[in-house]
Design a protein around this ligand. Structure first.
Ligand code: ZN
Length: 157
């Protein structure tokens, strides 16, 4: 694909998801949640997941941030829909490799890659190193959320 074509898709995608973020809002009964904050830009995200039978049934996010962080979170929530926890972890790893410019063919890459779909176009942020943290914030938050199950049996402090 031509660089110019790629950049056009990248810019359109960011604009589209910034103006109309998908799965934006709060969730009634999440099973997992986490907050993320990107100090260098001021982006904030609250991520809620509903995981049932090891599969992500619902993903929602709220917060405020720059165009890249919002678009990345929006695209992430779409990509996570219906994925297993393991697939979500693989996606997170692949996405970080992609935008941080790690060689996907190196030994640390995953054995069975998941299709990144439109997320692949966010690799355009590589040209703006300061923006990489904006794009990866939601993915770091996802990993925190996956490890932070809400235990409703805990009621006292
Ligand atoms: Zn940002």
């Amino acid at each position: 694909m031509l660089d110019e074509e790629f950049r056009e898709i990248y810019e359109d995608l960011i604009l589209d998801h910034q103006q109309d973020p998908r799965n934006f809002g709060s969730m009634a009964n999440p099973t997992h949640r986490a907050d993320g904050f990107n100090r260098s830009c001021g982006d904030r995200i609250q991520l809620s997941l509903k995981i049932d039978d090891d599969r992500i049934q619902e993903v929602k996010f709220t917060g405020s941030g720059c165009a890249i962080s919002t678009a990345s979170a929006s695209l992430m929530t779409q990509a996570l829909q219906g994925k297993t926890r393991a697939e979500a972890e693989i996606l997170a790893k692949q996405f970080r490799d992609l935008v941080m410019g790690n060689d996907p063919g190196d030994a640390t890459s995953v054995a069975e890659p998941v299709d990144l779909g439109e997320l692949q176009f966010l690799s355009g942020v590589k040209q703006f190193p300061i923006r990489v943290k904006c794009a990866t914030l939601c993915w770091h938050t996802l990993q925190a959320a996956l490890n932070r199950k809400i235990d409703d049996s805990v009621s006292t402090e």
